[in-house]
Design a protein around this ligand. Sequence first.
Ligand code: FDP
Length: 327
Amino acid sequence: MIRFEQTFMDFLLQHQERHNRTYHFLILVDGLINAAKHIQQYYLTGALKGNLGFAGNTNVQGEDVMRMDQIAQEVTIHYLKASGRVIHAISEESEQIIPINPEGGRYFVYFDPLDGSSNVAHGLPVGFLFGIAKRNLTGPEDSHLRAGREFIAAGMFVIPTGTFTLALKDAGTWRFHIDETMNYVKPVQMVLPEDAKSWELSFNESNRYTFSEKIQAWIAQNERKYVFRYLGALAGDFHRILSNGGMFMYPAIVNHPNPKKNRPQGKLRLMYEAAVVAFMCKEAGGEAIDEAGIPILDVQPKDHHQRTALYVGSRPMVEDVARILKS
Ligand code: FDP
């Protein structure tokens, strides 16, 4: 007997109907899913087709652009345009705001179409992260610089594993798996486990002695309690935290032996990385803060490529770190 699962589209349609919502959001998310599936196919054959290397230029962050970054960006912009629902998009791969449909669009989309670049050359998991905010349909304000608190949804695909996680405002965080027909199916609500037995700690251990003294002391006190896991791609690492609980962190770098390599402002991007996982985490019962102990969702971006430190995961653990950071 074949077992048929509920499809993502059926799930979302029911959600929209239950809340008397329009179908615009559904059309946008369908576009994002098409983009993710398309990127996934390029990624799967990337090694064979020579697409896992560098493209030969640098991006807005001064990093070498990879061929897959270009492909993922092009694919995503195509589907955002085709949806007709997006005003502007902000992407890691583009210095400028990308106008999509400034007149007719309803949503701002913040995305990183291929996050976790150190995994690309090996064909290992990477992420496609996105956050969505809605145009203010009634008032004059129409800024694209929205804090995570104002997102209506945020999600991530872990490519090429076929998993998709979507958080809907006040309606939880849901995980889906791709089936034989390339449809995402079987909604499972993700709630961070309360039992600390399964909790994990995820950070780049090689950076440990570059963190603030407070964070180094916190690690020394707590490291024996948890299993360490670090993939080096935020979506994959956060995927584990959502299932097992614990915390992912990318603290500020303030004690680097070469002061030029310090990153007091943090490494990760606020709008299309930190706020995205913070939104998913909050809907799953967790919390996320920056180096000042402020909830990531409350941080008002001043620049669309703004960076931040990030501590995200199980609430008691993140609150413990917040206490230390604020002391
Ligand atoms: P990457 O720079 O490899 O693209 O975007 C940032 C990010 O990946 C995250 O996905 C990941 O969590 C982190 O940076 C990895 O950074 P390190 O290589 O410094 O650990």
